[in-house]
Design a protein around this ligand. Structure first.
Ligand SMILES: C[S@@+](CC[C@H](N)C(=O)[O-])C[C@H]1O[C@@H](n2cnc3c(N)ncnc32)[C@H](O)[C@@H]1O
Length: 230
């Protein structure tokens, strides 16, 4: 059964998967959560800012997203870095893409007041798998339709948005073998951010080599995790 559209507390849409009893985002606010976990705690830490000490000081940032889903994280990343001097190579892995019919109903462009970015959002979803597209002069996007477990990474990443379904419903995505593969795919000083701060997840991230920081979570969640490869 395809996921169904729901409205979260900040007015932005998310999807609900009945078989898993799981949402794609926090019901307290999809846009709010994505901004907090992936943009504020991930992207902004990686981008060199005003002489502040960044995790890396690099003008080319390779980002890997696990679970493209609605494309919200990719869209927010594009908007955040548009009109900046930062170059982004964004790769998103998705095993089960959602239908265009569902994508067309998502209200992110409207909620973000971002009509100028409608064509970028469309391209994120309609571009061919495995073929990088230039969404702008400084933003290259590649979509890989495949399971993370089957993916082979040729590049290393400065930042991973780990946005799989939670360990309750998809424990295989949070296992040591998966995190070890991701650790190997991260550049030194790069990091992985995720909304999940379960003790077991933090222990597994530490076991494969990450230094794990627990950060304040988005509204409705006490904590989130940033795991750094020192
Ligand atoms: C929590 S939702 C994603 C949220 C997404 N980042 C968004 O903003 O809509 C998890 C996503 O992971 C995808 N997924 C599930 N199993 C996967 C796997 N083995 N490899 C890659 N993606 C997977 C799901 O289809 C779903 O789109």
């Amino acid at each position: 059964m395809p996921p169904t559209l729901i409205k979260t507390a900040d007015g932005s849409h998310s999807l609900f998967v009945a078989e898993l009893d799981e949402h794609y985002h926090s019901i307290h606010g999809a846009i709010q959560e994505s901004r907090h976990v992936f943009i504020q705690a991930g992207l902004k830490q990686i981008i060199k800012q005003d002489g502040a000490s960044p995790v890396i000081a690099n003008d080319k940032i390779n980002i890997l997203e696990i679970g493209l889903g609605t494309g919200l994280n990719a869209l927010l990343t594009f908007i955040e870095t548009d009109k900046s001097s930062v170059n982004i190579n964004y790769t998103a892995i998705e095993a089960y893409p959602i239908s265009i019919d569902l994508i067309n109903q998502l209200n992110y462009i409207e909620c973000l007041n971002a009509e100028n970015y409608q064509s970028v959002f469309n391209t994120i979803h309609t571009c061919e798998t495995g073929k990088p597209v230039m969404l702008s002069n400084n933003f290259t996007f590649s979509k890989i339709i495949r399971k993370l477990q089957d993916a082979v990474f040729e590049t290393k990443f400065n930042l991973i948005y780990f946005d799989a379904f939670g360990p309750r419903v998809q424990p295989e995505m949070w296992r040591e073998d998966v995190f070890a593969k991701l650790y190997a795919a991260v550049e030194p000083n790069g990091c992985l951010v995720t909304y999940c701060a379960k003790g077991e997840v933090k222990r597994t991230l530490k076991k494969v080599g990450f230094t794990v920081e627990s950060l304040q979570g988005p509204p409705g969640k006490r904590e989130m995790v940033r795991a750094v490869k020192n």
